[in-house]
Each structure stands twice: as structure tokens, then as C-alpha cells.
Design a protein around this ligand. Structure first.
Ligand SMILES: Nc1ncnc2c1ncn2[C@@H]1O[C@H](COP(=O)(O)OP(=O)(O)OP(=O)(O)O)[C@@H](O)[C@H]1O
Ligand SMILES: [Mg+2]
Length: 343
């Protein structure tokens, strides 16, 4: 496949849009050229309304201006909740027949009319025992892709490629940890995305429709606080058990638990489909991962090893960016993964 030009990775979150530009991406130690983020206006993500798309293009223009990014070539991620992925194996199918086989099988698995989606697949190795090529099938609604093509065009950018958040995240996490088997959880504002990296390949992803904003909202509902005050309580106390007599913990932990119920379901589904045990190493991403006590909570509840992502590990960062990087913790993982895409 043709190599991609040098480009900027752009992650559209419901809370913020994040951009990262790297250079020397094929080397072991790519270098940060520039980065930035901007708050996302409410309701514009995935909106088919032209006025909303203009707002999103304006966010990109602002992002470019404020962070002085110059490179107009971009790779974007579709929000995970808008794409459908499925791991499939094709026993006995030869590589040259794989494409036809994938497209033939796809209709059984895709929960949308095929003429409304753009299908693609990523080959992810070979199951020797079954003599079966393995693929990750990805279906993205054409309507949603068109939105991002428009948004990029209106902002004067050239869209070099589109992929899913989880594929980008897998690339970033593999580079940062060198671990080939991981469960990745991305705690965003509106949703928590879960994905599994096995032998270095992304093999599973799902979006859970509960995000970190639900935690804030639950504090608002329980204590009648202003939203900003509730947000402060969430960020200060999180799911740490014995503070404020457990008042915040008692409100937040059932919601975190309801996310973990879906994570367990995802793991069961994965095990049943692949007959492989799920990885025991979990890595937390997204700004929601900064919730105090979350890492310990997940470790205890699922009985697994948990760490917070350090996506900048494998990136050379000039001192002038050190402050932002330290503050931003795991928040740029998807944008870094997009910036690292090299074909
Ligand atoms: N220090 C913190 N502690 C706990 N939660 C935090 C902290 N900082 C930010 N958050 C929460 O993280 C969420 C935003 O995370 P992020 O920027 O990763 O979301 P997003 O990528 O824009 O959204 P999504 O992935 O759902 O589209 C918000 O709900 C915010 O309240
Ligand atoms: Mg996100």
C-alpha cells in the first residue's frame, strides 16, 4: 500500500477535538511536531445538519490557528459508537479469495443495509490450526463518512485517510507499551469504548453508551448541585471509598459498575467467538480515566491488572510541550495513533 504523506491525526470527541502531528513516524522514536485541542460545541458530532458541520469545521480552524499547526493533510477517526466491527475467520479460504469471501459473509453480520455502509477489512494474521485467515470487518455508515469529508473540506484540509478510534488507539498503545495483548478502555464524555488487542492486532471493539458525563450528571441529580460544582466533586473525589463518608463513591460506583457489566459481556463474547482467553492487562484511556480511584476500582471489580495509559512514552517531546503533555495524561491516545498511521 502507498505510504501516507506526513499528516495530522484528528480525534473528534464529544467533549473535545484533539490534534497531534508527528514526524519520523516509521522510526522507533517519532517526534512531536505540534498538538492542540478545542472544546466541541454540543450536539455537532455526527450531525447531518450543515450548520453543525460548519461549527465543527470552525473548531478545526480554531484548533489550527491556536496551536499553529500548518500541515493540511489529516487522518481522522470516526467516533467508535458510529462504526461496527466484527472479528471473523475464514477456514480454508485462500488469500486471493479473501476479499470476495469477506464481502459475501458481511451481510450476515452487519446490522445495517449494506448499500448504506462502507465496508472495509483489516487482515489480522492467520489461524494455523484452522487454516483460516483472520480479519476485522469494519462497517461505517456512508452518511457519517460524508459528514467528516465535508467537515475536512470546509476547514480547508485534505483528508488522507479515515479509520476507527479503536484501531488508532491499538496502534498508539502497542507503540507505548510494546504489549501485544491488551484490553483498552477509553472513558470519554458520552461513551466508554472497549477494545481488545491480541497478538498485536485489534480483534474486538464495542462502544458502551455510558460515559464520564453520566457520572457528573448523577451528582447533579443526587445533590442538586450546579453542573460545574458536580464536575469538581467528580474530579476531586471520584470512586475513592472512604472520603466524604462515601457520599460521592456511593453515587458514582453503581454507574462505573454498569459500565463494567458491559465490559464483562464484551469479554464473554470475545471468549466465545475466539476460544481464546482475554488479556489480563487493562489500560485506561480518555480524560475520564483520570477519575480518582478508577484504576483501583476496575482492578478490583474485574480481578485484572490495570494501568493508566502513557501514550507519549514512545514519542520524543520537546521541552516546550512538556507542560501540556504532563497535564493531558491519557487524553491524546487516539490522535497519536492516527498520527502514527503510516499506510
Ligand atoms: N480529572 C478528571 N477526572 C475525572 N474525569 C475527568 C477529568 N478530566 C476530564 N474528565 C472527564 O472526561 C470526559 C471527557 O473525556 P474525553 O476528552 O476523553 O472525551 P471525548 O473524547 O471528547 O468524548 P467521547 O470519546 O465520549 O466522544 C468528560 O466527561 C470530563 O468530565
Ligand atoms: Mg474520545
Amino acid at each position: 500500500m502507498a505510504k501516507l504523506p506526513d499528516h495530522v491525526g484528528i480525534d473528534f470527541g464529544t467533549h473535545s477535538v484533539k490534534a497531534v502531528e508527528l514526524k519520523n513516524i516509521s522510526s522507533d522514536f517519532p517526534e512531536l511536531v505540534n498538538l492542540g485541542s478545542q472544546i466541541t460545541p454540543r450536539g455537532v458530532i455526527n450531525s447531518e445538519d450543515k450548520a453543525d458541520q460548519t461549527k465543527l469545521s470552525d473548531v478545526l480552524k480554531k484548533l489550527y490557528d491556536s496551536s499553529k499547526i500548518r500541515n493540511k493533510s489529516v487522518v481522522m477517526a470516526l467516533p467508535e459508537f458510529s462504526v461496527f466491527t466484527r472479528f471473523l475467520e475464514f477456514p480454508g479460504v485462500k488469500l486471493e479469495e479473501l476479499k470476495d469471501a469477506v464481502y459475501f459473509e458481511a451481510k450476515q453480520y452487519i446490522p445495517m443495509p449494506l448499500d448504506e455502509v462502507q465496508l472495509s477489512y483489516i487482515t489480522i494474521g492467520f489461524n494455523q490450526a484452522k487454516n483460516a485467515p483472520r480479519v476485522l470487518l469494519v462497517a461505517a455508515p456512508r452518511k457519517i463518512i460524508d459528514i467528516y469529508i465535508n467537515v475536512a473540506m470546509n476547514a480547508g484540509l485534505e483528508l488522507a485517510a479515515i479509520e476507527t478510534e479503536s484501531v488508532a488507539m491499538g496502534r498508539a498503545m502497542y507503540r507505548a507499551t510494546k504489549k501485544k495483548d491488551l484490553v483498552m478502555l477509553d472513558f470519554g464524555a458520552n461513551s466508554t469504548d472497549m477494545s481488545i488487542l491480541s497478538e498485536g492486532y485489534l480483534v474486538f471493539s464495542q462502544s458502551i453508551a455510558i460515559g464520564s458525563d453520566s457520572l457528573t450528571q448523577s451528582i447533579v441529580n443526587k445533590f442538586n448541585f450546579e453542573y460545574s460544582r458536580a464536575e469538581e466533586f467528580k474530579r476531586n473525589y471520584g470512586v475513592v471509598e472512604n472520603v466524604l463518608e462515601g457520599k460521592i463513591y456511593n453515587v458514582l460506583s453503581p454507574i462505573v459498575e454498569s459500565i463494567l457489566v458491559e465490559v464483562r459481556r464484551g469479554i464473554e463474547f470475545y471468549k466465545n467467538k475466539t476460544l481464546v482467553a482475554a488479556p489480563m492487562d487493562y489500560i485506561l484511556n480518555g480524560d475520564g480515566a483520570l477519575l480518582p480511584g478508577l484504576m483501583e476500582y476496575v482492578a478490583k471489580s474485574l480481578g485484572v491488572n490495570v494501568s493508566i495509559a502513557t501514550p507519549w512514552n514512545a514519542v520524543k517531546v520537546d521541552n516546550k510541550f512538556k507542560d501540556i503533555i504532563t497535564k493531558s495524561g491519557p487524553s491524546y491516545s487516539v490522535a497519536i495513533g492516527l498520527a502514527l498511521k503510516d499506510e
